[in-house]
Write a protein that binds this ligand. Structure first.
Ligand code: SF4
Length: 428
């Protein structure tokens, strides 16, 4: 997991990590094979006019496709915002998969890079983009080779104009997964999130209207068109619709990336897909959305793992990186480690996040946790941070204070509330 790993839960996460392999050894369909099975049919249909942009937008609306990078924004609406702005426009694909515990995009790119590229080109077509930029996580060097190879194949076959697709490498910063920081980085500047408005749909890459989509989102555009969206829509449990790609890791027998019905619960995911809990481990807690999605106890393992349900419990599913923790994991250490991660990854441009993460970590460092201070720091960070990193950083700590008080006590943490907590946020 490189730069974005969380050492405290490394053992758990690492079990689900897909190891690097040389590009040549990856068994993905090359261009000829992909085209023989109907691949790039969507692109031809869009260019030939048999499928209009409105037809495609309607299909993804009916399929209920939402942004799968973490925000969950309806994809067709994002297209609409960008298309409403005057050109030239750019399309950017966020392949900077840095959320700890997340490896789904990597799996799709390794297994079906041409499906991804077809979806990315369809998205670019949908907003009549001048160019398509792929921003790839630098810790995925194999994929850099794979994508370069695939783009060269496409150019050689005349399916895409030479130079239309730009493949760019990130430099290992978690914050560059945030779309405006990613755009800054693409422009050659330090990856720092921008204040909004204006939104990137209005003023994005090089000051132009920009569509930013996640790898998996565009992957599904090509696949849904090829296979039809009816089976996708029919999937789902407990009234939910569609499929979700879960990166399941931690204390389970078979960690991995699993495509499972939306609305599945943690218990079902572990039992039906993950082969049950690892030998000798009993479920204690889980992170439903990587480092930033909060933490939930075993007693809430029957909740549907979806956007709305988890939000009502102070958590979010984000990119569906589910990390399973057991009675053998020290949750106080997990909290320290996650906060340390956020402190390291803060870009430092706003005080609530830059100072707040440091003060939160200091407050978590001993056996006495000042609850009033932690609550006040959390509030300031959530209210006043510029971007999601600072806003979400307190989530794991707040989850522990809410649902794990006995567990904390049994691991030697004493919760106290000092009267001077209100003054403790002043100064660095
Ligand atoms: Fe940077 Fe943190 Fe502020 Fe985001 S919240 S802009 S990461 S300092």
């Amino acid at each position: 997991l490189g730069h974005a790993s969380v050492e405290g839960v490394t053992a758990a996460i690492a079990e689900g990590h897909v190891h690097a392999a040389p590009a040549a050894s990856l068994d993905y369909p090359r261009l000829a094979e992909y085209r023989a099975s109907g691949g790039y049919g969507l692109l031809a249909a869009l260019e030939g006019g048999e499928v209009s942009i409105d037809d495609l937008a309607q299909m993804i609306e009916q399929a209920g496709l939402r942004g799968l990078g973490g925000a969950g924004f309806p994809t067709f609406r994002k297209w609409g915002f960008v298309r409403a702005e005057a050109g030239p426009r750019y399309c950017v694909i966020n392949a900077d998969e840095g959320e700890p515990g997340t490896f789904k995009d990597r799996c799709y790119l390794e297994r079906e890079p041409h499906t991804f590229l077809e979806g990315a080109l369809a998205s670019a077509h949908a907003i009549e983009a001048e160019a398509l930029y792929l921003y790839l996580r630098d810790e995925y060097p194999t994929l850099n080779d794979v994508l370069r190879e695939c783009i060269a194949e496409l150019e050689a076959a005349g399916l895409v104009a030479s130079g239309f697709i730009h493949l760019r490498r990130g430099a290992g910063a978690y914050i560059c997964g945030e779309e405006s920081a990613l755009i800054e980085s693409l422009e050659g500047k330090p990856g720092k999130p921008r204040q909004r408005p204006p939104f990137v749909a209005q003023c994005g890459l090089f000051g132009r209207p920009t569509l930013v989509n996640n790898v998996e989102t565009v992957y599904w555009i090509a696949r849904l068109h090829r296979e039809g969206h009816a089976p996708y829509v029919a999937a789902g449990r407990q009234g939910r619709q569609g499929l979700r790609s879960f990166s399941l890791s931690g204390r389970v027998r078979c960690p991995g990336m699993y495509l499972a019905p939306a609305g599945i619960t943690l218990n079902e995911l572990v039992e039906e897909y993950g082969g049950g809990m690892a030998e000798g481990h009993r479920l204690r807690a889980y992170l439903p959305g990587g480092a930033s999605g909060g933490i939930l106890p075993a007693s809430k393992a029957d909740l549907p793992l979806d956007f709305d349900t988890l939000q009502a419990h102070g958590c979010f599913i984000g990119s569906a990186a589910v990390v399973v923790l057991s009675d053998q994991d020290d949750l106080a250490a997990v909290a320290r480690n996650l906060m340390s991660f956020f402190m390291d990854e803060s870009c430092g441009q706003c005080t609530p996040c830059r100072v707040g993460t440091r003060q939160m970590l200091a407050a978590l460092s001993g056996d006495e946790w000042d609850e009033a201070l932690l609550a006040r720091l959390s509030q300031v960070m959530m209210d006043a941070s510029i971007c999601g990193l600072g806003q979400a950083a307190p989530n794991p700590v707040l989850g522990l204070l809410k649902d794990f008080r006995e567990t904390l006590a049994s691991s030697g943490v004493r919760l106290i509330a000092t009267s001077h907590a209100a003054d403790a946020t002043g100064g660095e």
